[in-house]
Design a protein around this ligand. Structure first.
Ligand code: SAH
Length: 283
């Protein structure tokens, strides 16, 4: 396994590997635990194989690395629909990841202020779960919008006649996310106003553009905030991680009669949906 360690490109900061172990739904520790140290690659550890494939993207200097990332997610069944694949190809992840971190690795990366941009496979999963509620003209709310990546994807999916609203409680992250979006394929939608990013407490939702066909929450809530349930349209869907240390990604559907159903999709590890001061004090 030492050969694996040596083969890591220098551009991968060791600190980020360690930091990303704290909060992630698929961090580097998930590549390693079952095959580290001393166990053989031949054991067929798919994650390790997948990691090595990603490494080739960096070394090969592929012209379209974002496309290669999307193909990688498709190959491993993380991305199933052409619709979501096309959106993730169109929004280049590198524009939303800080320069010092590798953007095309399937891992969360720090964006500052004790927050991370989620791993690509989690973006893919949430987009897949919400895609039918992100049709042209629909309204989408992204709570804990962080880097702005998913808000930009939502905006492209709902189009100029729809609304994509990102809410983030760290003003510096909102400012950075606006700059990220301006460099992306979603820039015209930001300019037109169908995409907007706001500084606010996401637990209160964003009543101005409610009700929402789709609500995504990018941070783990101890319980589902009532304001978000209230702002979900009948027929709409919310995807939200719920829990403290152990969290479940839940899909909440509001039926046309207003009744609510929920199901757990998978265990995850997100940063908490909390107050700004708690977050800045490192929870
Ligand atoms: N989907 C984002 C995830 C960012 S991490 C991305 O991929 O970039 C979760 C984000 O939730 C962090 O940026 C954090 O600052 C934000 N957050 C946490 N609690 C919040 C709250 N109460 N209101 C708004 N944003 C919150």
């Amino acid at each position: 396994m030492s050969s694996l360690r040596l083969s890591l490109p220098l551009s991968v900061p060791r600190i980020s590997l360690l930091q990303s172990r704290r909060y992630s739904s698929c961090d580097f520790s998930r590549f390693f635990p079952s095959c580290y140290p001393g166990e053989k690659l031949q054991r067929g550890c798919r994650r390790l194989q997948s990691f090595l494939e990603m490494e080739q993207f960096w070394i090969a200097g592929s012209i379209d690395k974002n496309k290669a990332l999307v193909e990688h997610l498709q190959q491993y069944g993380k991305l199933r629909s052409d619709k979501v694949a096309k959106i993730m190809e169109t929004i280049d992840r590198a524009l939303f990841v800080k320069k010092e971190y590798p953007p095309y690795v399937d891992s969360p990366m720090p964006i500052g202020y004790n927050a991370t941009i989620s791993a690509p496979h989690m973006h893919a999963l949430c987009l897949e779960l919400l895609k039918d509620h992100l049709q042209p003209g629909m309204h989408a709310l992204d709570v804990g919008s962080g880097s702005g990546y998913l808000t930009a994807c939502f905006a492209l999916m709902v189009g100029p006649e729809g609304r994509a609203v990102g809410i983030e409680h760290i003003p510096e992250l909102v400012a950075a996310s606006i700059e990220n979006v301006k460099r992306s394929a979603a820039a015209p939608l930001l300019e037109k106003g169908s995409l907007s990013l706001h500084v606010a407490d996401g637990r209160d939702g964003w009543p101005e553009a409610a009700p929402y066909d789709a609500i995504h929450v990018g941070a783990a809530a101890p319980e589902i905030p009532k304001a978000l349930l209230d702002q979900l349209k009948p027929g709409g869907r919310m995807v939200i991680p719920v829990g403290h240390y152990f969290q479940d990604l839940q899909v909440i559907d509001k039926k046309l009669d207003g009744s609510i159903t929920s199901r757990n999709v998978t265990g995850v590890r997100y940063v908490p949906l909390t107050s700004r001061s708690a977050q800045l004090q490192n929870y």
